[in-house]
Design a protein around this ligand. Structure first.
Ligand SMILES: [Zn+2]
Length: 454
């Protein structure tokens, strides 16, 4: 039996890591130390698998073949990790789902335990989160830390390190159909988003953290890390509040403790053509869509590149910079694990109750539909549908056209005589009008809202 210590212990860090003494946290410190002492990350053990990125000390991201070999090695050496292929990219590359648990990962969701899903590299040219996830899952696989072992016994952890392998191979944002996957969670037109959505449907995770990187355009406000929770008003308020707490009380606080600046994602994004505002209520991204299905969705971002001079005069292409970026994502994983230890049961309860409430409110029409607004932006009067319809009616053609996508969203369609009805009294209620009503900017079809209920 190999000795279960992370190589990161030997990286020279002194701070008490959560994963190990000097475990994941050590990446942050070692990344920092690496600037003065570039040999530091090299003094690692040989008896746990290391990513390509670690072996090269940040001088080049982990290749897809290396990821495959790495995941196989970790799964072979640790009972705590299993790897499934849950889909294929457009070009036929495998999509891996890594399941983590003690004594071994389970194959199905246990509704008595909270479950979390981490997603990396939806945008293929934003690789730092993926590296952090590979490091984190390996450290979890081999840690002796009693607190983490207990956490892996009590909670279910899932990782999709590379959601867009074609994009990663080409270093492109989009997949090889030139589709931005993180705008495809309503339409689900791509094999990658369908596979991820199917994982969400099977596992119904309480927490979903989606790791990205953003371009710094050299605006007046520069931020090391940014975060976003589901702000769409159709998302259950308790889900929104708890996701916000994960962002502000855990992820942002953890980043600031490391000396990094942290802010909400949609603010202060200044580009060459003026100020960019993320659509804060955007529902077609992973975080928005997960929020509508009652998961605590979070987008986490590190600064990637952009205006090279303006980011503290730093060379954004150096290995030290890459290690810094990975360290920020590692820190976010640690902070999310900490949140799960403190609030995992609350997340499970909040997400479970939100699904029940959505079905109930949908059936008794007690909650409006919002076509606009956000949690910090009151909707206009004509953006509120109150009371909402009791169901949406589809023609046969619409029902045929949408059947696969609605099924992937977990939305039930029932046949009544020659009509097809989507009742609002179901757990997926918040997404239904946004997908089906002509008043929704993100609609996939124009179903008929029926207000006269029997
Ligand atoms: Zn991104």
């Amino acid at each position: 039996m190999m000795e279960r210590r992370s190589f990161l212990q030997l990286a020279g860090a002194t701070s008490g890591g959560l994963i190990l003494p000097g475990g994941l946290t050590a990446v942050a410190n070692a990344a920092e130390a690496g600037r003065e002492s570039p040999g530091r990350l090299a003094s690692t053990r040989d008896d746990v698998p290391r990513t390509g990125f670690e072996q090269r000390r940040g001088d080049g991201w982990t290749l897809l073949d290396e990821e495959l070999e790495f995941l196989s090695s970790v799964a072979a050496l640790s009972d705590r990790v299993d790897v499934d292929v849950v889909g294929e990219s457009v070009q036929g590359r495998p999509l891996h789902l890594v399941r983590i648990g003690v004594p071994q990962p389970t194959t199905t969701r246990n509704r008595r335990r909270s479950a979390a899903l981490w997603i990396g590299a939806q945008h293929g040219n934003e690789p730092a989160g993926r590296e952090a996830m590979l490091i984190a899952l390996r450290d979890l696989a081999f840690t002796d830390n009693a607190m983490l072992v207990q956490q892996m016994r009590a909670q279910q952890m899932l990782v999709i390190p590379t959601a867009n392998p074609d994009g990663r191979a080409a270093n492109d944002r989009e997949n090889s159909n030139a589709v931005d996957l993180n705008r495809d969670y309503f339409s689900l037109t791509q094999p990658e988003t369908r596979a991820i959505q199917a994982v969400a449907l099977d596992w119904d995770p309480d927490v979903v953290v989606d790791h990205h990187e953003y371009r710094n355009w050299g605006g007046p406000v520069e931020t090391d890390v940014r975060y976003l929770w589901p702000r769409n008003l159709n998302t259950d308020p308790a889900v929104r509040r708890l996701a916000r707490s994960l962002c502000e009380d855990y992820i942002a606080r953890g980043a600031r403790r490391e000396g990094w600046t942290a802010d909400e994602y949609w603010r202060h994004s200044v580009g060459p053509h003026g100020v960019y505002f993320m659509n804060p209520a955007g529902a077609t991204g992973n975080t928005g869509a997960m929020g509508l299905r009652h998961s605590l969705g979070v987008t986490f971002e590190s600064v990637r590149d952009g205006n090279l001079e303006d980011y503290a005069g730093e060379d954004m292409t150096s290995p030290a910079n890459k290690r810094d970026r990975v360290a920020r994502h590692v820190q976010a994983v640690e902070d999310t694990l900490r949140f799960l230890r403190d609030c995992g049961r609350q997340a499970l309860r909040t997400s479970t109750e939100a699904a029940l409430l959505a079905a109930r409110d949908g059936a008794d029409r007690s909650r409006p539909t919002y076509w606009g607004g956000a949690d910090n932006d009151p909707p206009a009067d004509d953006e509120i549908d109150d009371p909402p319809p009791c169901h949406y009616e589809l023609t046969r053609q619409q029902a045929d056209q949408l059947s696969t996508v609605l099924a992937l969203h977990g939305i039930r369609v029932q046949r009544r005589e020659s009509k097809f009805e989507v009742p609002m009294g179901q757990a997926t209620r918040p997404a239904i009008p946004l997908l089906l009503d002509e008043r929704s900017d993100d609609r996939l079809g124009n179903a008929r809202p029926v207000y006269g209920c029997e």
